[in-house]
Design a protein around this ligand. Structure first.
Ligand code: ZN
Length: 309
């Protein structure tokens, strides 16, 4: 069995049964431990994820260094390692030499990798994503791609949120998504349905995020059109009733970054120790697991679902 077969089945079971898999972004290496500890403590299937932004703009030394640190605390029953956003064109509009970064992820033991060619025209997004799928599947690694544009990482202010939501500008188109999945054979798809990324630059990075809404009807259409588990980026700061509806309608993975970065930043900037910061992250994730998503015990439950099939 390829190394990701089990994970692929778990994710599909999660999507079918309205269980969400939270994926936590690692801005600083000491976040890896409390993420893994909280997932283990609550028997919850979740992911540790590292993106290029966290290497370029925060304190993660490299893709492989994060994998090494992850292995100290990982438990394959409840944790998985995902390489988030390797962009082809980055948030500053620069071209990225993405190939060696994806290769490093595959070689250093990531269970899943994300190629983000969403800033390119559709045909090029298809072509590059299909190439990454070929590279990754040979090694038994899953692939996530993005179609549509989830804003927020770019420098400078976002357009007014309500305008963005009403116009549905950049939202993923179901017919395009159907064709995209068919032609690329991607395992799961990040879609734009109303969420926004947390700011990562300037003063905005410490401010509360805009409260986002989600287009539930669009999520349902995308699920039916693609047949693959959907991923929601920008999972911090969305109204809870929308999140619950989204999970019931095809969102299988939610990326959470701002919700754990800001509490950690606050502890350290007020003179707290790394250990105190880790404790706050552990408590924050526990609260997300229990009170926000109600997914304590999801690891055992998903395991039962895939073995009883
Ligand atoms: Zn994202």
């Amino acid at each position: 069995m390829k190394r990701s077969d089990r994970l692929a089945r778990l994710v599909r079971a999660a999507a079918r049964n309205g269980i969400v898999i939270p994926a936590f972004n690692v801005f600083y290496m000491p976040l890896i431990k409390p993420i893994c500890d909280a997932l283990k403590a609550h028997d919850t299937l979740g992911m540790v994820e590292i993106s290029r932004i966290e290497i370029q703009k925060f304190e993660v030394p490299s893709i492989s260094a994060a994998a090494e640190e992850y292995r100290k605390y990982a438990d394959p029953k409840v944790t998985a390692l995902h390489l988030d956003h390797i962009p082809v064109i980055d948030e500053d509009g620069l071209e990225v030499n993405w190939h060696p970064l994806i290769e490093e992820g595959i070689q250093s033991g990531y269970d899943s990798v994300m190629i983000d060619a969403s800033r390119l025209p559709f045909e090029e997004n298809v072509e590059i994503t299909a190439e990454v799928v070929r590279m990754a599947h040979t090694e038994g690694v899953l692939v996530e791609a993005e179609l549509g544009s989830v804003l927020g990482h770019e420098t400078g202010p976002l357009p007014p949120y309500e305008e963005l939501f009403e116009s549905k500008a950049g939202f993923t188109d179901p017919e395009q998504a159907r064709e995209f999945v068919k032609r690329t054979n991607v395992d799961w798809l990040s879609v734009s349905v109303g969420s926004v990324h947390g700011a990562i630059a300037g003063a905005a990075k410490n401010e509360a995020k805009v409260e986002a809404r989600l287009d539930i009807e669009r999520i349902r259409q995308l699920r039916d059109a693609t047949g693959v588990p959907l991923v929601l980026h920008g999972g911090s700061g969305i109204r809870l009733e929308y999140v619950r509806e989204a999970i019931a309608n095809g969102i299988a993975k939610i990326n959470i970054a701002t919700d754990i970065r800001q509490p950690y930043d606050r502890v350290l900037s007020s003179g707290g120790s790394i250990e105190e910061g880790q404790k706050v992250v552990f408590e924050t994730i526990s609260d997300i697991i229990v009170n926000r998503y109600g997914i304590q015990g999801s690891a055992s439950r998903l395991e039962r679902l895939i073995t009883s099939q």
